[in-house]
Write a protein that binds this ligand. Structure first.
Ligand code: SF4
Ligand code: SF4
Ligand code: SF4
Ligand code: FES
Length: 979
């Protein structure tokens, strides 16, 4: 039973649960107004503003940092409290000039404005004093020291929530201010522009550049004019009451022009949600909430700032049809009739399986459902796939084999609870920045152990307790050897295995080859370290393992994913918060795109096309007859074009000609194919090969749902009308289906979702009204209508409820030769997403990282006599790419690294070959060897000096308010000091 305590506030008694903060209680009960400017529920007490002072048992103290104790007597309204609070607020206004009517932050949520208004402050005793520093404009946001009240929220989030450790307050100066690194300009610092500091700033000291001069009716003025307006406003009003009245009405008028629409990020699989503020087509700001289920107040630079692509002049706004070799803009009717005629002709001439469809993991669940329905119901083929084939299919396969669901075991917040996190082949801080922040925070503040396995040193590796660099493609070996060693030492979780796991004996026998000696030999990790890893794993109560493309994009990606799950099962690390498997999903909706059936072997909800009962269900629902044989995956589609069997391909929102492996081969297929339809935002490289190009709308221009890496289904809402004649993808697919003679008549994505969930036990019962606002649900849905944030609490997803250990072998030969001796790795960078089609349309990101590059080690640079900026040609057995070199210690020896974000001659997929994961056909992107030739020995560094990677972080815990209190000029309000 919950213990209660008696608390007296302003003469009234209350029963209060244990463990509550006094300020939270006063606010929740709405007892009386207690100002609180630095306090933010997401951050806890920072104690810098002193405005929340109340009297507790006769003493003045800060309510935000006071935990309620039994018998406490609190006064909030007595004169000495009011006077101390006024003194604190006066000090705030010494640092912040009130010119609300002409301030872009005056949108009803300025915490200084609201606090002063509610407190009833009419006059300030101490005048505003400039600190004497210039404003600093970064690529995405600006800092105005004169408006900064030194509350330290920004420091708190940067240090302890985002854990980028850029910001501090230098309390020792005569005029303290926030500083970036060791006093650098924003753009010269280690700031990664996650924007959390801007999100939590209670006033206009930190502002999104996009808001400046745009939010208010009178804020778009030249600086001189703005200054005189500020002076005029202040002179015209005596006391703050009337000033606030005017600015409040102006703020209310802004409500009519600024729309706030909840949406979900369209980049990575973390699934950050937020409100996007728009004014006409202008995107002013993105504001995450404490209620945002995956991210709370966090974002990364892409979710917070990277939306300019939506209004890019390069957006396609009309359908294009190729005529006499050239594209011509046409009306929709014409484009649709070309498509329906060609689809019908090809189907009549070569049969239904001569057509294929590729869905987009950037599009909504509803659009994935419709794409596979078009393929199956209208054309009659299972030839439909999506880009999870390029990254996530092996992880899904590994989990299907062992635990039964192809998704993260728990929620992102469960990861924070793990005593130990192992990451394998994931550059989490750049590819999944908000998940990385949660891990970095748990590691920094909560004692979480972090072990990182990767072939390249990235931020997570730098932060890890232990960083191991196994030889490329050998993770399966160390994982299996550690598992074997754990069992050999009798450290495995016997009770868990006996209750929950099948096939232990057969599995243990299969581990025989994985001795420590063998593993050391193959992986390069010493036997002593392997023993240490095994011991460490068995010493913690909760272990979670995160992995990504560094594991899956190998010839044995599925097997290595399976080995991860085997290790978790043997050590009993499933079924509890803080345990389990976390394959970090790449694109925003790569989970949902597969869930919804854009797969050649499964209907929506992973229901097997070869299962008669299931197939009959869909045949009945769609009134067609369907094959029991699976269709082609996207890898097989390309082969099939070369073989002359596939004659038509419809690609939605996917730049296959850049992101597939061995793109010379892929592009040659596009040249051969009879009919290619591409639907996208831009005229992508793939679209350049098309016969018809259809202009689609991005997420901000449509309704629907996305499913993130945690299996969390979230609503996106339309914030803008589609640009020009572009249309949401679901509308386009429906128009194509109608032009082929079917009677689809969806008026809204909710109708598509409703139909889909009726056919999918996985998500049955999820309806749009359960996804209102920031509400979300995590599949699988239970019969009682509840969702499943943590998988496997009662059973694994097999008929007997038990998991399975899956035996594995390792018999991969290295592709390294004397001539092709350099290992070429590829992957993500923070600033650009995947091939960069959207992020290169964002000027701020282009400024931070204008072009692709190739990281090479100092040793290799020396060997070739080259310097930073040198131009090199990297040639594998299938092709060549040309890039400028960044010499760095992130890579060592013969390892080189090329980011994915280049569509031109620097695209890494010119040199990746057609080898695939043997179980899923996922390209082995990370398994390449090449040679390097020098084009020029030096040149301009490809990464500009103002990129965050050249900054110098300043780690500390919190804002160090003690340093403020130690200032000789500081006095606690109410105890002397200011007049
Ligand atoms: S990394 Fe930059 S944007 Fe993010 S909180 Fe720190 S200073 Fe602010
Ligand atoms: S810039 Fe930082 S310290 Fe200054 S007011 Fe904003 S959050 Fe507070
Ligand atoms: S890219 Fe990923 S981490 Fe960044 S805001 Fe979007 S969903 Fe969040
Ligand atoms: S809210 Fe308590 S010190 Fe600022």
């Amino acid at each position: 039973m919950q213990a209660h305590q008696v608390l007296t506030i302003d003469g009234k008694d209350f029963l209060v649960e244990e463990g509550m903060r006094l300020l939270d209680f006063i606010k929740a009960q709405k007892l009386s107004f207690v100002p609180s400017i630095c306090y933010n529920e997401s951050l806890g007490p920072i104690e810098t503003c002193d405005s929340c002072i109340v009297e507790v048992n006769g003493q003045l103290q800060r309510a935000c940092s006071t935990m309620i104790e039994n018998g406490m007597v609190v006064n909030t309204q007595v004169e000495k409290v009011k006077s101390a609070q006024k003194q604190a607020l006066d000090r705030v206004l010494e640092h912040h000039e009130l010119y609300c009517t002409v301030c872009d932050y005056n949108n009803g949520n300025c915490e200084i404005h609201n606090t002063m208004g509610e407190f009833g402050l009419e006059h300030q005793s101490n005048p505003f004093k400039s600190k004497g520093y210039e404003k600093d404009y970064g690529a995405f946001y600006r800092y105005d020291p004169d408006q900064c009240i030194l509350c330290g929220r920004c420091v708190e989030v940067c240090q302890d929530v985002q854990v980028n450790e850029t910001l501090t307050i230098d309390w020792k100066r005569n005029e303290p201010r926030v500083i970036w690194d060791n006093d650098k300009a924003i753009d010269e610092s280690s700031c990664v522009n996650c924007g959390q500091c801007v999100t939590v700033c209670p006033c206009n000291a930190l502002m999104e550049n996009n808001m400046l001069g745009k939010a208010g009716y009178m804020t778009n003025q030249e600086p001189g004019l703005l200054r005189s307006m500020i002076e005029l406003t202040k002179k015209a009003e005596t006391g703050y009451g009337p000033l606030f009245a005017i600015s409040d009405s102006e703020a209310a008028m802004r409500e009519e022009t600024i729309e706030k629409t909840k949406t979900v990020c369209t980049y990575c699989g973390v699934g950050c949600s937020f409100d996007v503020w728009t004014k006409d087509r202008e995107i002013l700001r993105v504001l995450p909430h404490e209620d945002s289920p995956a991210n709370h107040i966090s974002t990364c630079v892409k979710g917070k700032f990277a939306w300019d692509y939506v209004n890019s002049e390069e957006r396609l706004q009309k359908p294009l049809v190729r005529k006499d070799g050239y594209f011509q803009e046409v009306e929709w009717d014409e484009a649709l009739s070309v498509i329906s005629n060609r689809f019908s002709e090809i189907k009549n001439q070569y049969g239904k399986d001569a057509l294929a469809f590729i869905s987009s993991s950037k599009c909504t669940n509803e659009e994935s459902y419709l794409m596979q329905k078009l393929s199956r119901q209208v054309i009659g083929t299972h030839n439909v796939d999506n880009c999870s084939r390029y990254c996530q299919a092996p992880a899904t396969q590994g989990l299907f084999r062992t635990v039964g669901y192809g998704g993260d075991s728990g929620s992102i917040e469960d990861l924070e609870k793990a005593e130990m996190v192992i990451t394998i082949g994931t550059n989490t801080a750049e590819a999944h920045p908000v998940i990385a922040s949660k891990i970095k925070r748990a590691h920094k503040l909560l004692g979480q152990k972090l072990y990182v396995f990767d072939i390249r040193k990235h931020e997570m590796a730098e932060r890890a307790d232990k960083f191991y660099k196994p030889n490329p493609g050998t993770d399966l070996v160390w994982l299996s050897a550690v598992t074997k060693y754990i069992i050999d030492q009798d450290w495995h979780n016997k009770a868990f295995i006996s209750e929950w796991v099948n096939d232990f004996e057969t599995y243990y026998e299969s581990l025989e080859p994985f001795t420590l000696e063998y593993a050391e030999n193959k992986t390069g990790i010493s036997q002593a370290e392997l023993k240490h890893i095994a011991k460490q794993i068995t010493e913690v109560n909760t272990l979670s393992i995160c992995w990504a493309m560094g594991v899956t994009q190998h010839r044995i990606g599925s097997d290595t994913s399976t080995a991860i799950s085997n290790l978790l099962l043997v050590t009993g690390n499933y079924m509890r918060p803080g345990t389990g498997a976390y394959p970090l999903r790449g694109h925003n909706n790569v989970q949902g795109c597969s869930d919804m059936g854009s797969m050649p072997n499964t209907f929506p909800g992973y229901q097997d096309v070869s299962d008669d009962e299931i197939r009959h269900k869909f045949e009945k629902a769609w009134n067609v007859s369907l094959d029991s044989e699976r269709g082609l995956d996207n890898h097989e589609m390309i082969d099939s074009i070369h073989e002359g069997k596939l004659h038509s391909l419809y690609i939605k929102g996917e730049d296959t000609g850049v992101v597939d492996a061995n793109i010379n081969y892929v592009r040659a297929a596009f040249e051969k194919i009879d009919f290619l339809v591409v639907q996208d935002l831009f005229l992508s490289k793939t679209a350049e090969f098309a016969d018809v190009v259809l202009p689609a709308s991005p997420s901000l221009e449509k309704d629907g749902t996305f499913t993130n890496t945690e299996r969390r289904i979230q609503r996106i809402n339309k914030a803008l009308e589609p640009l020009g004649d572009s249309k949401p993808d679901w509308e386009i697919i429906q128009l194509i289906a109608q032009s082929l003679g079917v009677d689809w008549d969806y008026k809204h994505p909710s109708e598509i979702w409703f139909e889909a969930q009726e056919l999918m036990p996985l998500v049955k019962g999820v309806t749009y009204d359960r996804l209102e606002g920031f509400d979300s649900l995590q599949w699988p849905m239970n019969d009682d209508g509840s969702d499943t944030p943590l998988l496997y609490t009662e059973r694994f997803n097999f008929p007997d409820g038990k998991a399975k250990l899956y035996p594995l072998e390792f018999n991969i030969e290295s592709k390294q030769t004397e001539e092709m001796s350099l290992h070429v790795n590829n992957g993500r960078v923070l600033e650009h997403f995947h091939e960069g089609n959207m992020t290169y349309q964002v000027p701020g990101l282009k400024y931070k990282l204008p072009r692709n590059f190739c990281e090479i080690s100092e040793e290799l640079a020396k060997e070739h006599g080259i310097e930073n900026g040198a131009r090199v040609k990297i040639t594998s057995k299938v092709g060549t790419t040309e890039v400028n070199v960044q010499v760095t210690d992130r890579v060592t020896g013969n390892y080189i690294y090329i980011p994915l974000n280049d569509q031109n001659e620097g695209a890494p997929n010119f040199i990746t070959d057609s080898d695939v994961d043997k179980d899923t056909n996922t390209p082995a992107y990370k398994d390449n060897y090449a040679k390097l030739e020098v084009i020029s020995k030096k040149g301009e560094s490809p990464i500009p000096k103002h990129n965050s990677r050249f900054g110098t972080r300043q780690p500390q815990i919190s804002v160090r308010v003690q340093d403020k209190w130690n200032q000789s000029s500081y006095t606690f309000p109410g105890k002397g000091g200011d007049a």
